[in-house]
Design a protein around this ligand. Sequence first.
Ligand code: COA
Ligand code: ZN
Length: 304
Amino acid sequence: MKRIFIHDVITRDGLQNEEQFIPTDKKIELINQLSNTGLDKIEVTSFVSPKAIPNLRDAEDVMKKIKRKPGVTYSALVPNLKGAERAILCAVDEINLLVSVSDTHNLKNIHQTTNQTLESYKEVMRFLSKEDILVNGSLGTSFGCPFEGEIPEEKVLRLIDQYLELGVNGITLADTTGMATPSQVYQLSTNILNHWPDLPLTLHFHNTRGMGLANVMEGIRAGVIRFDASLGGLGGCPFAPGASGNICTEDLVHMLKFMGYEIRTDLDQLINAAKYLQSILTHDIPGQIVKAGKITDLHSTSEI
Ligand code: COA
Ligand code: ZN
């Protein structure tokens, strides 16, 4: 069965949107637990303005103090040259550049139009060309924008082209506020993979409207094999109204494993990491498997 690559974004997308600052040592412990689960990639943090995202103001400390495991790609989100310089000093494996397809969201998130940000990435890529580092290009609001509504496919394709011209190694399409429908995911992913058959394409879904796992299945049907997800199902962009959690990593791994896909992430260890996550938060996590158990966890008839 097909190998699917799982990337976890809890300590970036998840914790950026929490009301409370999660202490640095707890973030490090959480990432160390995740490293042991066999995830393919972990988006550790973001090197953004601490005024914009105060919860991730400890990016350097976290990045430098985690125990790195061979085989795991340790990635960080970067919106500008200053972020790239900070990330390089921490020896991240991959820089994840970010721009939104929607000008309106990009202005809220990064204070620039989409074109201004892409233009600024030319200098970032020149700086990074001297470094031995992977660069991924993320496109926020790829499937819809909470301000502008529908996003035309041609716009997404054009921005992928621009990113590839800049020299990125891979592309992520992010559904920032869970507006993607499964049929849209199939159509857009098919079009992209027809244009660029060898492109390492990642899909990043939020489960805001309950379509997250259905979207993954339609992405797989179109040929996509890389997915972002967040432990416990936390996440969301503070600069997008109504944003809520990513698809939940342990729920995703549970579904795909029981369907027979090849996933190198250990489900029991993921569930244990989700329990640890729950223990450091003061509210319930949205993930379902951590509460319901796996489909193979049977009950004794004396329980009811
Ligand atoms: N890391 C740390 N500090 C940074 C920074 C970075 N990557 N980029 C800018 N700053 C600092 C500047 O040094 C300046 O500090 P000062 O006020 O002490 O002089 C301040 O932030 C403002 O910088 P400026 O270049 O004027 O940027 P801005 O205020 O227009 O903000 C971004 C632009 C991109 C830095 C900011 O909007 C941002 O970090 N956005 C990230 C949003 C995000 O992560 N969203 C969630 C993901 S979807
Ligand atoms: Zn996200």
